[in-house]
Design a protein around this ligand. Structure first.
Ligand code: MV4
Length: 450
C-alpha cells in the first residue's frame, strides 16, 4: 500500500482525497499556488509544497513542479483529482517514468478514450450501442454531405479531440453543412491542434445518463449504477441525481451491462465513467468515457454507501475489486454551488466570503473547501461547494435539498444557491421531466426583496 500520496489538485476535491487518505493511514502532500496558501487542503495535508504563482499553467498544470514536489517529499503516488492533469496522457507517462504511481488511467488508455472517434470505434467493436454515423473521421466535405443525405438531417459534427461539447456543431439543413464543417474544423485546429471530425445522427432532446464503473488490474469490472446529469448550462453540469428519474430497472440492467462490457473490453483500471445519450424512447448510445473521478461522484457514494476515492487507491495498489454491481437503495441529489450570480447570466463573483453558515442534519453532505473569511481567487473555476442530500425517495431528497439550501448562508459574494432553490420548485424538475434542453427554457424569478 502507498505510504504517501501527493494530491495534484486544489479545492474541495483535494480535501476529499486527503480525507480518505487519512482514514487509510496514508500520509498526504498538498501542492498549492500562492493564491491558495490559505486554502484548507494546505492545512489538512501532512505536508504542503508551493508549486508556483496563481495561473494554472504555472502551478497546477506545471508537470515539472508537481513531479519535483513528489520527489522532494518522497511521495509514492499522485492523485490528480478531476480537471487539471487528471486526463493528461503525458503526465501519466511522466509519473510512470519517475516510478510514481498515477492514481488514474494509463497513458495509452487516456489517449485512446480521449480521442473521441477512436473511443467510439472501440466501443462499437465491444458491442456497446453507438450513435449511427461516420465510420471514423470524415475525409472530405463530399463524404460528409453524402452521409448526411443518407442518414437524413439533422446531424451532429464532432471534433475527435474535443469532448464535453467543445468542437461540436448541430446541422439541420444541407445548405448549412459546408460552413458548419469548415468552422468546426477551424475551431478544433485552434483549440486542440487536431481538426479531425466525425459525424453522427443528431439525437434530439437527449438525456445525459452516465454509469460509474470500476475496473481492477486483473480484467474485472463492475458498475455502481447511474447518474443523471442532464441539467447543464453551456455544457457545465449544475445538478446531478441518482437514480435517474427516467430510468427503469430494465434500462439500468442494459446500460449497466454495456458499461461493464466496455470497461472489460478495454481492460479499464480504476474508476471511470461511461457517458450515454438516452433518447425519449429509452434507446441509449455511447457518448464518451471519462478516465477520472468526476465532480458528481458523491451521489453514487451516498446511495450505495461506498468510498470511490478509497476504491481508486486500492485498485491502483493492485487490490482486486469485489466485482459486485450496485443498485441504488436510496436517492441522492447534488447541487453544485458556484461563485456566480444567477440573476446576471451566472457571471463569476469572486471575492471574500464574509459570513458562511453550512447546512447540516440527517442526509445532508457538504463537500467544500471554503470558510468564513476565505477569499475566492479569480484564477480557477467557480465551483465552491457541492451540497448533497440523500433520502429514501426522490421527493424526500428534494425536500431535504430545499431545507438545506434555505439554511446555507454565504455572504460577501453571489452564489448559485438561489438558482438551485428555484430549480427545486420547478414543476418539470419535480416531475423528473427534464432533458439536456431544460436549461434553455429556464428563467430565474426576480430576486425577492430581502
Ligand atoms: C450529441 C447530442 C445529440 N446527438 N450527439 C454534448 C457534449 C458531448 N458529451 C456530446 N454532447 C452531445 N452529443 C448526438 N449525436 C447532444 C449532445 C449535447 C449534450 C449531451 C449531454 C449533455 C448535455 C448536452 C448539451 C448539448 C448537447
Amino acid at each position: 500500500m502507498f505510504k504517501k500520496i501527493l494530491i495534484a489538485n486544489r479545492g474541495e476535491i483535494a480535501l476529499r482525497v486527503i480525507r480518505t487518505c487519512k482514514e487509510m493511514g496514508i500520509k498526504t502532500v498538498a501542492v498549492y499556488s500562492t493564491a491558495d496558501a490559505e486554502s484548507l487542503h494546505v492545512r489538512f495535508a501532512d505536508e504542503a509544497v508551493c508549486i508556483g504563482p496563481p495561473p494554472s499553467n504555472m502551478s497546477y498544470l506545471k508537470m515539472s513542479n508537481i513531479i519535483a514536489a513528489a520527489e522532494i517529499t518522497n511521495a509514492d503516488a499522485i492523485h490528480p483529482g478531476y480537471g487539471f492533469l487528471s486526463e493528461n496522457a503525458k503526465f501519466s507517462k511522466i509519473c510512470a517514468e519517475h516510478d510514481i504511481k498515477f492514481i488514474g488511467a494509463s497513458p495509452e488508455m487516456i489517449a485512446k478514450m480521449g480521442d473521441k472517434a477512436t473511443a467510439k470505434a472501440t466501443m462499437k467493436e465491444a458491442g456497446v450501442p453507438t450513435v449511427p454515423g461516420s465510420d471514423g473521421l470524415l475525409e472530405s466535405y463530399e463524404e460528409a454531405a453524402k452521409l448526411a443525405k443518407k442518414m437524413g438531417y439533422p446531424v451532429m459534427l464532432k471534433a475527435t479531440a474535443g469532448g464535453g461539447g467543445k468542437g461540436m456543431r448541430a446541422v439541420w439543413k444541407e445548405e448549412d453543412l459546408r460552413k458548419a464543417l469548415e468552422s468546426a474544423q477551424q475551431e478544433a485546429a485552434a483549440s486542440f491542434g487536431n481538426d479531425g471530425m466525425y459525424m453522427e445522427k443528431l439525437i434530439e432532446e437527449p438525456r445525459h445518463i452516465e454509469i460509474q464503473v470500476v475496473g481492477d488490474a486483473y480484467g474485472k469490472a463492475c458498475h455502481l449504477s447511474e447518474r443523471d446529469c442532464s441539467v447543464q448550462r453551456r455544457h457545465q453540469k449544475l445538478t446531478e441525481e441518482t437514480p435517474s428519474p427516467f430510468m427503469t430497472d430494465e434500462l439500468r440492467e442494459k446500460m449497466g451491462k454495456a458499461a461493464v462490457k466496455a470497461a472489460e473490453y478495454i481492460k479499464y483500471e480504476g474508476a471511470g465513467t461511461v457517458e450515454f445519450l438516452v433518447d425519449k424512447h429509452r434507446n441509449f448510445y455511447f457518448m464518451e468515457m471519462n478516465t477520472r473521478i468526476q465532480v458528481e461522484h458523491p451521489i453514487t457514494e451516498q446511495v450505495i454507501d461506498y468510498d470511490l476515492i478509497r476504491e481508486q487507491i486500492l485498485v491502483a495498489a493492485g487490490v482486486p475489486i469485489s466485482g459486485k454491481n450496485y443498485i441504488p437503495k436510496l436517492h441522492s441529489i447534488e447541487c453544485r454551488i458556484n461563485a456566480e450570480d444567477p440573476y446576471n447570466d451566472f457571471r463569476p463573483s469572486p471575492g471574500r466570503i464574509t459570513t458562511l453558515h453550512a447546512p447540516g442534519g440527517h442526509g445532508v453532505r457538504l463537500d467544500t473547501h471554503v470558510y468564513s473569511g476565505y477569499i475566492i481567487p479569480p484564477n480557477y473555476d467557480s465551483m465552491i461547494a457541492k451540497l448533497i442530500t440523500t433520502a429514501q425517495t426522490r421527493d424526500e431528497a428534494i425536500n431535504k435539498m430545499k431545507r438545506a439550501l434555505d439554511e446555507f448562508v454565504i455572504e460577501g459574494i453571489k452564489t448559485t444557491i438561489p438558482f438551485h432553490r428555484q430549480l427545486m420548485d420547478h414543476p418539470d424538475y419535480i416531475a423528473g421531466n427534464y432533458t439536456t434542453k431544460f436549461m434553455e427554457d429556464f428563467r430565474m424569478k426576480p430576486e425577492e426583496e430581502e
